[in-house]
Design a protein around this ligand. Sequence first.
Ligand code: DQA
Length: 143
Amino acid sequence: MSLRIHVLNGPNLNLLGTREPGIYGTLTLADIEARLVARAGDRAAILFQQSNHEGELVTWIQEAGQAGEAVILNAGAYTHTSIALRDAITASRCKAIEVHLSNVHAREPFRHRSHLAPVVRGVIAGFGVLSYELALEALLSPG
Ligand code: DQA
């Protein structure tokens, strides 16, 4: 399996399963990883990580970008605040798709702005775990 896809998760996503289930559902991050690995099958290797630290996410984006490997990125609240994550995507020419479990545009106004959206290939929000799966299919689609 030569294609490697990084799935990077930001702050508080380690609490999925118990975190505001009315918004984020009851699946854990491990459940999401299992769904992606199953869906990818032998089409891609899924490299799944989570961090509560902005700088760690910056490093992982840089490494993926420099290796020419794609990223599915749920940056959590850093989506709305982080110029460093945006710069990491552009600086390393990282091919990234921004995903969110919830429909951020139906929530508080501060979640409507994404610093990442202008520099990623696309944004998928509001479909729970399917947001991640749709991003995977987009990356695996030819053309
Ligand atoms: C989130 C949406 C963000 O606004 C929030 O800060 C998160 C999760 C989502 O997946 O819906 O942590 O990225």
